[in-house]
Write a protein that binds this ligand. Structure first.
Ligand code: CTP
Ligand code: MG
Length: 580
């Protein structure tokens, strides 16, 4: 995938982005003209008592005002259109990139940070663009126009401006320089708040179980307080600008009056008023510069965070070619050739070393081993959740890295160790495995997964709503739905990671018989803790210290594998389970 710059997202709306500043020019010209009209009213109208002139000029003032307001509104409309559309496109692109990220990268960024980047950071960029199209045009124009027109009234005013500017600029520079790093900090603190919220909301059950509300509240409070304090510090600092500007302005007014102290009549008063208005405009626009700098540094911080995700290289990339061989339904062979694997950014002993397995099409292979030995990691390599750093995994004799990723994963039905369901009906959740599955197919899959019994006991049957993350179902019910979701695709390879742990032995046996009967051709690779369920597997791989220590049918393993026998003994003889 080629890298995209953030600028490229502005391109489609360039014409809007150009019209907006043009409208702003209109608004500024109208604003600059107003003090000039005021001046004329005072000099030509009020001073000479000429009502007609006053009315005529007032009318012109009104028209100019209307033009100015119209230009202003148009500018706002175009700027909003451009910035909103730009932000929308960027958000869509970033979101789809986040969906593409491999597990290694999502682990790395953290969920909270990814959410902040998609929401808050892009919002900031949107606000920045909006401001760029309006204030960034307005301030310099206002500034220049004000200076020129003010000096036109009396060239001596140039001295006042020349004295006031450096002081104001200096103050601004000092404030902005201190504020910049704080803005970067605000963004990071926001990440932290989002991370805590994310974790706590999704882990609400555990928090309640351990009565950790207080502790978690405190953790959130801390994150939140941090964010608040940083925000307040920045805003306090920025708010210093206003009072400073007022002081400078008042001194400037005194200076203007002082210059005119000997000739203070109505003509001069008119000039004074106009000059004060211009000076105010000049200083105000200078102040805006300050705000703009601050926005620039905020936007830059956000842009680099968005870019980081947008152009993050994918550790797992899809090979371009689609393969035509073997439509789903018929089993596929799965081969591990000398595979070594360790999680990205970890060191030490690899999780898996020198794994070689040759699983035939249609075979039922079980994987056993103590907890944490690497069973899940081994399964993760087949759908390319991760890639091995040495050796190869082959599907139907072809390296999984040579498959189109979507095609590869579409050939598999995967039941993860932790069941994840989504909000929707039971049928929706099963249909997740195959979009166009008929009601018939869904029922069939549920039947094999031993789920119909409980589904039919619900009043609404397959239309029963499942709440977020499947919270409204029992652990065993969730597992069976996850299995049905995998079965409905009639995969070539069915991968079950300890997916029957919450089922009783009899249900587990019926499930495996069902799969064996209805999906004879499907290759089944199943991790299990309990030997009772998998003793009839064609072959069983024993994983020890990250290596396969034995790979044979149950009876043979009982004779040859000490590790297997120990597991068996601990479960059957020890009375942990009454065998079958
Ligand atoms: N691991 C890791 N990073 C991950 C996941 C796992 O470093 N993102 C490590 C774990 O600490 C563990 C090893 O990889 O030591 C193997 O983990 P796993 O394959 O999940 O073990 P399983 O055999 O599946 O364990 P269980 O029976 O508990 O599911
Ligand atoms: Mg596991």
């Amino acid at each position: 995938m080629k890298n995209r710059s953030i600028k490229s997202f502005v391109k489609p709306y360039l014409w809007l982005a150009l019209i907006a500043p043009l409208c702003m020019v209109g608004e500024v010209l109208a604003d600059l003209k107003q003090p000039n009209y005021m001046n004329t009213i005072l000099k030509e109208g009020v001073a000479k008592g000429d009502i007609d002139t006053i009315l005529a000029i007032a009318l012109r003032m009104g028209i100019t005002l209307i033009i100015g307001v119209a230009c202003g509104v148009l500018c706002t409309v175009f700027a909003s259109m451009a910035s909103q559309r730009f932000a929308n496109d960027l958000r869509v692109a970033l979101y789809s990139k986040v969906m593409q990220l491999s597990l290694a990268e999502t682990d790395d960024f953290s969920t909270g940070s990814l959410v902040t980047r998609i929401t808050n950071d892009i919002n900031t960029l949107q606000e920045f663009m909006n401001m760029l199209l309006r204030m960034f045009v307005r301030s310099p124009l206002m500034f220049l126009g004000g200076v020129i027109l003010c000096i036109q009234i009396d060239s001596r005013y140039a001295i006042i401006i020349a004295l006031a500017l450096p002081i104001q600029l200096m103050i601004m520079f000092l404030i902005v320089r201190r504020a910049n790093p704080m803005f970067k900090d605000v963004q990071k603190k926001l990440d932290k708040v989002n991370s805590v919220v994310q974790e706590d909301v999704s882990g609400a059950r555990v928090i309640k179980a351990y009565v950790k509300e207080e502790y978690e509240n405190e953790r959130f409070d801390n994150a939140n307080k941090n964010l608040r304090d940083t925000n307040i510090r920045v805003l306090n600092l920025m708010s210093l600008m206003g009072p400073f500007m007022m002081i400078i302005m008042n001194i400037a007014i005194i200076a203007i009056i002082y210059i005119n102290r000997n000739t203070l009549d109505i003509n001069v008063s008119a000039d004074i008023m106009t000059a004060i208005t211009y000076i105010t405009q000049i200083l105000m626009s200078l102040n805006m510069f300050g705000m703009m700098f601050q926005q620039v540094s905020r936007a830059l911080a956000c842009a680099s965070r968005v870019r980081e995700v947008l152009n993050c290289p994918l550790s797992i990339e899809s090979s371009a070619e689609k393969s035509e061989d073997a439509e789903s339904g018929s089993g596929a062979s799965v081969t591990f050739e000398n595979v070594c694997f360790r999680y990205p950014n970890t060191s030490g002993n690899p999780v898996l070393s020198e794994i070689s397995l040759d699983i035939r099409p249609g075979e039922f292979v079980a994987i056993v081993g103590s907890t944490g030995v690497g069973k899940t990691s081994l399964l993760n390599l087949i759908p390319r959740f991760y890639d091995p750093f040495e050796g190869k995994v082959l599907l139907n004799g072809r390296d999984v890295r040579d498959y189109d990723l979507e095609d590869l994963r579409n050939r598999m039905g995967i039941v993860l160790q932790k069941s994840e369901l989504f909000a929707g009906s039971i049928a929706d959740n099963i249909r997740f495995g195959k979009e166009d599955a008929t009601d018939e197919e869904i029922r069939k899959a549920a039947e094999i997964a031993q789920a119909t019994e409980f589904i039919d006991s619900f009043l609404e049957g397959f239309e029963t709503p499942v709440s977020e993350k499947g919270a409204s179902l029992s652990g065993g019910q969730k597992q069976r739905l996850s299995i049905a979701r995998a079965l409905v695709r009639k995969p070539s390879v069915l991968i079950m990671d300890d997916a029957t742990s919450a089922l009783d032995l009899a249900t587990e046996a019926r499930l495996l018989q069902g799969i064996h009967r209805e999906m004879k051709d499907t290759t089944l690779i199943m991790v299990a803790q309990r030997i009772a369920g998998i003793r009839h597997a064609d072959r069983i791989a024993v994983l020890e210290n990250g290596r396969i220590s034995a790979f044979a049918p149950h009876d043979e393993l009982m004779k040859n594998s000490q590790c297997y026998r120990e597991i068996y003994d601990s479960q059957l003889k020890g009375g942990a389970y009454l065998a079958e």
